[in-house]
Design a protein around this ligand. Sequence first.
Ligand code: SF4
Length: 321
Amino acid sequence: MSLLEVRDLKTYFRTKEGVVKAVDGVSFSLQEGEVLALVGESGCGKTTTALSITRLLPPEGEVVGGEVLFRGLDLAKESTQKIRRTRWKDISIVFQGAMNALNPVMKIGDQIAEAVMLHEKTAYDAARKRVKDLLELVEINPERIDQYPHEFSGGMKQRVMIAMALACRPRLIIGDEPTTALDVMVQAQILDLLERLRRDLQMAMILITHDLSVMGETCDKAAVMYGGKIVEYGTVEQILEQPAHPYTQKLVTSFPNPYGSREMVSSIPGVPPNLLTPPSGCRFHPRCEHASDTCRISEPPLRQIDSGQVVACHLRGETSE
Ligand code: SF4
């Protein structure tokens, strides 16, 4: 059984202007210890997918269809109480800029201990001992347990947030652009740390990123999202070395690619679709240089191609096997 199986997930936001179909039929699976990247431009549905899995959507957002099976339990349909327990003990999330979420007037050790005491029903002394272990795990001197957030750099605060996310030993950690707000050197250190923790603790991870180099260094599989849908899904090598969907191809050439040719980095013309009124047919058609009349009318299904990945594009036929 997969650790996580997301099937035909649909999450819509009800706004004054109308219904925004932010996630519209997304499916993927994750095994124990595996790392999946969710990649794509801003507004393609990556964060909404993560918030749907953890049931942390804002009030106007709602999962209107599909299943989120975590070890067989459908998180989309469980009670709020059960989800609260799952959120820390089974799945936890590290947000972009989460370091700014630390309480500035509370010692970092007490902030982590609070999570341990609340979710593991642990006494304060035992929780403090666990906090020291967690700080050591994220390479912070445990002697700093009684310091305040302002005494830490941005990268160190992000390590504190990761320690907090690990407080209840989750099986799955979701990192939503966890290094975006950091400079390149610190970003590399945090990614190394996440990779080591995943290996040592045998955790699975979903890494949400718009940065393909981060994906290439850290992940096993990738789902490329566009307009609230997955347009390509495969191993990181397949996505980076043989991207098959025209959007993925553009995305790959918009980043310096250690796997690809030395061609100039180029941008993707146009802007992502407004999901209040998404384009008909293939949602990428207004930006696609290969778009045909069929693309404008008919939505391409996801299907497996010869190189192994799954792609939603009319140009790509089914595998010959
Ligand atoms: Fe381009 Fe058509 Fe493929 Fe969409 S289905 S990516 S518009 S070729």
